[in-house]
Ligand binder design. Structure first.
Ligand SMILES: [Zn+2]
Ligand SMILES: [Zn+2]
Length: 233
C-alpha cells in the first residue's frame, strides 16, 4: 500500500498525532518519523534566482535572458512524492501543524544569512480564503517570522483578481493570467521583502507579486517557498 493512503485516513483524527503521517511508525509525537523525514525530496542544485533545478547553483539561462522581478528564491524541497502528498494534506486536509515542519525546513535551508526587513505571505483572494478558511502561505509565514525574528505583515497586499487556478492553464498563459492580480497599500521604500509561499511552479505568480512590491518601492524581493516543481524546466 502506498503511504499516501495513510494521510487520508489520518485526516480528521485528533490533532495529537503520535505516529508518522506517512508510514504510521512511532515518531515520538513528531509529524514524521526520522526515516520519512530523511527521505523528503530535496533539490541538489538550483538557480539561485528562480530555484529551477539542475543549473549547478548558477543563474539559469531563462533568468539571464529575461530577469524576473525578484532577486532570489529559496526552496526547502522538490515538489515530488511524498512531499506533494504532505502539501495536499496541509492545504486540503486540515493538517495545519505541517506549517511548523515546512517553516523549520525552510529556515534551515535559508540559514543565518538573513537580510529581509519584512516577511509577507502570498495573498489569497478573499473568496478563496473564505472557501479554505485559512491562507496556507500565512500559516507558514507566521512560524518563519517567529523563527527568524523578522516581522510579518499580511495586511498591506491583497489579491484583487480571483484569477483562474494556474494549474488549469498552459504554462505560456500563466504570466498573462496573473497580470495586475495584486494591489499593495503600503509604502515599501527601501525595504527588503521575503515572500512566503507553499509551491513554486513557473514562478509567474511570485514574479507578478514581486513586480507589485517593487512598484510600491521595495528594494529587493526574495521568495521563500516550501517546494519547487521539477518538471518542464
Ligand atoms: Zn514514517
Ligand atoms: Zn533562474
Amino acid at each position: 500500500m502506498r503511504p499516501y493512503l495513510n494521510i487520508g485516513r489520518r485526516i480528521g483524527q485528533n490533532l495529537l498525532a503520535q505516529d508518522c503521517l506517512l508510514c504510521q511508525a512511532g515518531s515520538d509525537g513528531e509529524l514524521l518519523c526520522r526515516a520519512c523525514a530523511h527521505e523528503l525530496p530535496s533539490v541538489a542544485s538550483a538557480c539561485p534566482r528562480c530555484a529551477s533545478p539542475g543549473s549547478g547553483n548558477v543563474e539559469c539561462g531563462a533568468c539571464i535572458a529575461d530577469p524576473p522581478h525578484y532577486e532570489a528564491s529559496y526552496t526547502a524541497f522538490a515538489y515530488a512524492y511524498p512531499l506533494d502528498a504532505l502539501i495536499q494534506a496541509f492545504k486540503y486536509g486540515g493538517q495545519l501543524a505541517l506549517a511548523g515542519l515546512f517553516a523549520r525546513e525552510l529556515h534551515r535551508r535559508i540559514g543565518r544569512a538573513l537580510g529581509p526587513d519584512l516577511i509577507v505571505p502570498m495573498p489569497l483572494h478573499p473568496q478563496r480564503l473564505a472557501e479554505r478558511g485559512f491562507n496556507q502561505a500565512a500559516e507558514i509565514a507566521k512560524v518563519l517570522s517567529r523563527l527568524c525574528g523578522i516581522a510579518m505583515d499580511a495586511q498591506f497586499a491583497r489579491r484583487v483578481r480571483n484569477t483562474a487556478p494556474q494549474a488549469a492553464l498552459p504554462w505560456r498563459e500563466r504570466a498573462t493570467n496573473m497580470r495586475r492580480a495584486f494591489a499593495c497599500v503600503r509604502d515599501l521604500a527601501g525595504l527588503n521583502i521575503a515572500v512566503v509561499d507553499d509551491v513554486m511552479t513557473t514562478g509567474a505568480t511570485l514574479n507578478e507579486f514581486a513586480h507589485t512590491l517593487k512598484r510600491s518601492g521595495a528594494a529587493r524581493v526574495e521568495n521563500w517557498v516550501v517546494a519547487r516543481t521539477t518538471r518542464g524546466v
